[in-house]
Ligand binder design. Structure first.
Ligand code: ADP
Ligand code: MG
Length: 391
C-alpha cells in the first residue's frame, strides 16, 4: 500500500470519516554550496521525490489532534497550549509535536487565523540523515493550515516561517535552505538560492542523470560545537580581512583573487576555513553556466572539488564519508560525489548517469559494506516539486 493510501486508511479508522485534504512536502539535498549559507553565499539544493504526507480535515474541536504514524503516537494542542508547549491534557508535547506546533506558533505570531485540524501524517524522508525530514514536516503543516485558513503566503514566506518555527520554537539553529527547497522545489530543476537577498532561480538538471544519496549511517555527536567553531572562524576571517577590505560584510564579498592576495595575513586555520568558503561560493556561481549548458561532467568535477575542500580545508568530513566518496568516484557513470550537509557523518550526494544508477547503488553499497562493515541505505532520487496540495 502506498503512503497516501496508508495515511488515508489510518485517518478513516481514527476519526471515522475520509480526510478532506492531503498534502505532500518533500525533503531536500544540496548539490553544491556547502557551509556557505551563513556566509551570505549561494546554495544549489533540489527538493527530492521523497516526501512527508499529511491527511487532514478542519474540526470544530478547540484543539488540533495529530497522529504521527511513524512514531505510532498522537498529540493534541491548541492556541492556548502553544506558548507552554503542552498538550490538551497538560502533558508535554512529544519532540516530533514541536515541529507542527512550532508552525502553528509562527503563524499565530503573524496574526494569521490557524484553524483546529485532525491530521494523520507519515514520511518517506529518513529522519536525521540530513535530507531535512524536519523541514518537510514543517512545510506540510504550513500548507495544511494555509488550506484551512483562507489566506495565502508565497512559498518563500512559508519557508521563512518554517525556519522561524524551527529556530525559535523547536530550538534548532538551521539556515533557510531546507525550508526553501521543500517549499519552492521544481521538478527536474535545481534551485540556485542567494542566501543574502533570498533571490532564487532554477537551473536544469539534464534528464539523463539521477541524484543518488548514500547514507553512511554514521552520526557524530559534538557536531553543533564544531559547527559553531566553523561559524566563528568565518566571522574572524571577515574581521581580519576588513583591515584591507573595509567594505566587506561577509566572505561572500571577497573574490578569489582578493583572497589569494591577502590570505598570508590570516592565521593558518582561519585561512583554510575562509578559503573553502570563498572558493565554494565561486564554484556555486560557476555551476549555473555549466548546468545551463548541460555540462554535467564539469559540474560533477566541481562537486568532487567541493568534497576535497570540505575534507582538507573546512575539515568536516570523516573516514566513512571519505570512503563512500572514494568508492563512488571510481564507479562507472559517476560524474561527481561529495559529502552533503553539515558533515561529520550523514550522507553523500552523487550525480550518476541514469542508466547506471541501479548498478551504481548496488556496487556502492557492497563495496562500502566490505570496507566498513556498515550497511548504507541508498536512495535514487530526482528533483521534485515543492510542497503541494494533492487532494
Ligand atoms: P533531518 O535532517 O531529517 O531534518 P532533524 O533532526 O532536523 O533531522 O529532524 C528530525 C526530527 O523531525 C524528528 O526527530 C522528528 O521530531 C521530526 N520528524 C521528522 N520526520 C518525522 C515524521 N515522519 N513523523 C514525525 N516527526 C518527524
Ligand atoms: Mg532538519
Amino acid at each position: 500500500m502506498n503512503l497516501i493510501d496508508r495515511i488515508t486508511a489510518i485517518y478513516q479508522k481514527t476519526f471515522g470519516y475520509v480526510p478532506a485534504h492531503i498534502i505532500r512536502a518533500p525533503g531536500r539535498v544540496n548539490l553544491l554550496g556547502e557551509h556557505v549559507d551563513y556566509n551570505d553565499g549561494f546554495v544549489l539544493p533540489a527538493a527530492i521525490d521523497r516526501a512527508t504526507y499529511v491527511a487532514f480535515s478542519p474540526t470544530d474541536a478547540p484543539h488540533s489532534m495529530l497522529v504521527a504514524v511513524d512514531f505510532d503516537q498522537q498529540a493534541t494542542f491548541s492556541s492556548d497550549s502553544i506558548p507552554t508547549k503542552v498538550q490538551a491534557d497538560s502533558l508535554p508535547l512529544p519532540e516530533w509535536g514541536l515541529y507542527p506546533a512550532g508552525v502553528m506558533w509562527a503563524l499565530m505570531e503573524e496574526g494569521l487565523p490557524v484553524l483546529s485540524m485532525n491530521a494523520v501524517f507519515a514520511s518517506e524522508v529518513p529522519r536525521g540523515s540530513g535530507l531535512s525530514s524536519s523541514a518537510s514536516v514543517e512545510m506540510a503543516f504550513l500548507l495544511a493550515w494555509q488550506t484551512l485558513g483562507g489566506w495565502t503566503l508565497p512559498p518563500m514566506q512559508r519557508a521563512l516561517l518554517g525556519q522561524k518555527a524551527e529556530n525559535r520554537y523547536v530550538g534548532v539553529n538551521c539556515g533557510i535552505m531546507d525550508q526553501f527547497a521543500s517549499a519552492c522545489g521544481v521538478e527536474d530543476r535545481l534551485l540556485l538560492l542567494d542566501c543574502r537577498s533570498l533571490a532564487w532561480k532554477t537551473v536544469p538538471l539534464p534528464e539523463h542523470v539521477a541524484i543518488v544519496i548514500a547514507d553512511t549511517t554514521v552520526r557524530r555527536k559534538l557536531t553543533s560545537g564544531e559547527y559553531n567553531k566553523r561559524r566563528a572562524a568565518c566571522e574572524e576571517a571577515v574581521r581580519l580581512l576588513q583591515q584591507d577590505l573595509p567594505h566587506i560584510q561577509a566572505l561572500r564579498d571577497v573574490s578569489v583573487e582578493e583572497f589569494n592576495r591577502l590570505a598570508g595575513k590570516l592565521p593558518a586555520e582561519i585561512e583554510r576555513r575562509a578559503r573553502h568558503v570563498v572558493e565554494e561560493i565561486e564554484r556555486a556561481k560557476q555551476a549555473e553556466a555549466l548546468l545551463e549548458a548541460g555540462d554535467v561532467r564539469n559540474f560533477g568535477r566541481l562537486m568532487n572539488e567541493c568534497h576535497v575542500s570540505l575534507r582538507d580545508l573546512y575539515e568536516v568530513s570523516c573516514l566513512e564519508l571519505d570512503v563512500m566518496v572514494d568508492i563512488a568516484q571510481s564507479l562507472e557513470g559517476c560524474y561527481g560525489a561529495r559529502l552533503t550537509g553539515a558533515g561529520f557523518g550523514g550522507c553523500t550526494v552523487n550525480l550518476v548517469a541514469r542508466d547506471c544508477a541501479d548498478a551504481f547503488a548496488r556496487r556502492l553499497a557492497d563495496d562500502f559494506h566490505s570496507r566498513t562493515g556498515l550497511q548504507p541505505p541508498i536512495y535514487i532520487t530526482f528533483p521534485s516539486n515543492g510542497a503541494e496540495l494533492i487532494k
